[in-house]
Write a protein that binds this ligand. Structure first.
Ligand SMILES: Cc1ncc(COP(=O)(O)O)c(C=O)c1O
Length: 383
């Protein structure tokens, strides 16, 4: 079937192509083989060794590449493994610009792993194009975008950043974990590479850790493919199968996540215990106009700053019942967490530290009335 003229929900269901020609199976087989018979010495058939390539992984890579509108897709063992491969494409001595509010693990990877190996790393507010221009160096080769960002939910204008970076000879990576290709397709907006933690919405069920990178750039794809095999941070076939299965319902889930998150953001905005709500779907969000242009809906993540400070923020996390207190995000169940002490603890004490009154919500697909009642009781209960 030609998917070029099909909508995102049809692509999500049929992205990897027709049923298996050998058996008619409508889902890919889980190929556990690590090695494959060769026709003659040095003459493998389609596959050779499962680190280099595996049929279940190919099915996932093809599927996710279709969703992102990419010509090349690469699955990794985690989101950070995918990010690591992309950072390795920039030679030592060259410069990468990261958002100052990137996921803490991304900053830790760049600053504590790649910078000691010679990569020059700066963080900057990517919503401020003058600041980006001022941070530019002769060796700037990559601009790393995360939009919406974790946990501030800042919105970066992908088209504008891509134009600026391309004028100056740098590539643009977009971490599309929060929006997913169901809501935002960075390659169509001019970015060079998309990266995901598939652990989140693409997997969607809190049962698999994975990563993915996709591009239309043949030269870059060759390098990423080389690194995928040479460094070997590949996902196993069962993990590939789970992410692939999750991706089929992605558009359906993202619509529900977005609808419920908007209702949650409205409830929080009207509650006296909340000082500030961060949700790009709200007209008072500074990135709302850009988000409305580059996203088809605003996603399932909502952050808030609790008026009475850190102790109250921790108390809200303790009081919710439908929202489970746990790290991670993007799955069917609603989660609540305190970024300063949990997901972003690795940037505590740096310029990228997040405030102690911040609480992050991953709004799941439960009945929205139950979610609203849970948050209402948790906030009402603050003395
Ligand atoms: C936006 C974002 N990018 C990347 C990652 C890293 O992904 P993983 O945990 O799969 O390595 C995360 C993890 O929380 C994330 O939130």
């Amino acid at each position: 079937m030609d998917l070029d003229d099909k909508g995102i929900a049809t692509r999500a269901v049929h992205g990897a192509g027709a049923p298996d020609p050998a058996t008619g199976a409508v889902v890919p087989a889980v190929s556990l083989a690590t090695t494959f018979e060769q026709e003659a010495v040095g003459k493998p058939l389609a596959y050779e060794y499962s680190r280099s390539g595996n049929p279940t992984r190919t099915a996932l890579e093809t599927h996710l590449a279709v969703l992102e509108g990419a010509s090349h897709g690469f699955a990794f063992a985690s989101g950070l493994a995918a990010e690591d491969a992309l950072l390795r494409t920039v030679p030592a001595g060259q410069h990468v610009l990261l958002p100052d509010d990137a996921y803490g693990g991304t900053i830790r990877l760049a600053v504590q792993v790649h910078a000691p190996a010679g990569l020059v790393v700066d963080t900057v507010d990517l919503t401020d194009l003058d600041a980006v221009a001022a941070s530019w160096r002769p060796g700037t080769r990559m601009v790393w975008v995360e939009t919406p960002s974790n946990p501030w939910l800042r919105i970066v204008d992908i088209e504008a950043i891509s134009a600026l970076a391309h004028d100056r000879g740098a590539r643009v990576v977009v971490d599309n974990t929060f929006a997913t290709p169901a809501l935002q397709r960075p390659l169509d907006l001019g970015a060079d590479v998309v990266v995901h933690s598939t652990t989140k919405y693409l997997g969607g069920h809190s049962d698999v850790v994975g990563g993915f990178a996709a591009t239309r750039d043949d030269e870059l794809a060759e390098r990423i493919g080389f690194l995928q095999n040479a460094a070997g941070a590949v996902p196993g076939p069962l993990d590939c199968y789970l992410v692939h299965r999750g991706a089929k319902t992605l558009p359906l889930r993202m619509a529900r996540h977005s609808e419920s998150a908007a209702a949650v953001a409205d409830l929080l905005a009207g509650h006296p215990a909340v000082r500030r709500v961060l949700y790009p779907g709200r007209p008072d969000h500074p990135g709302h106009a850009v988000a409305a242009r580059q996203m088809s809906a605003f996603g399932g993540m909502v952050s808030m700053q609790v008026a009475a400070g850190e102790a109250a923020a921790l108390e809200v996390c303790r009081r919710t019942e439908v929202f489970t207190l746990a790290e991670s995000l993007g799955a069917v169940e609603s989660l609540i967490e305190h970024p300063g002490r949990m997901t972003h603890a690795s940037v505590t004490g740096t310029g990228n530290e997040v405030p102690a009154d911040l609480v992050r919500l991953s709004v799941g697909i439960e009945d929205v009335d139950d979610l609203l009642a849970d948050l209402q009781q948790a906030l009402d209960g603050l003395a």
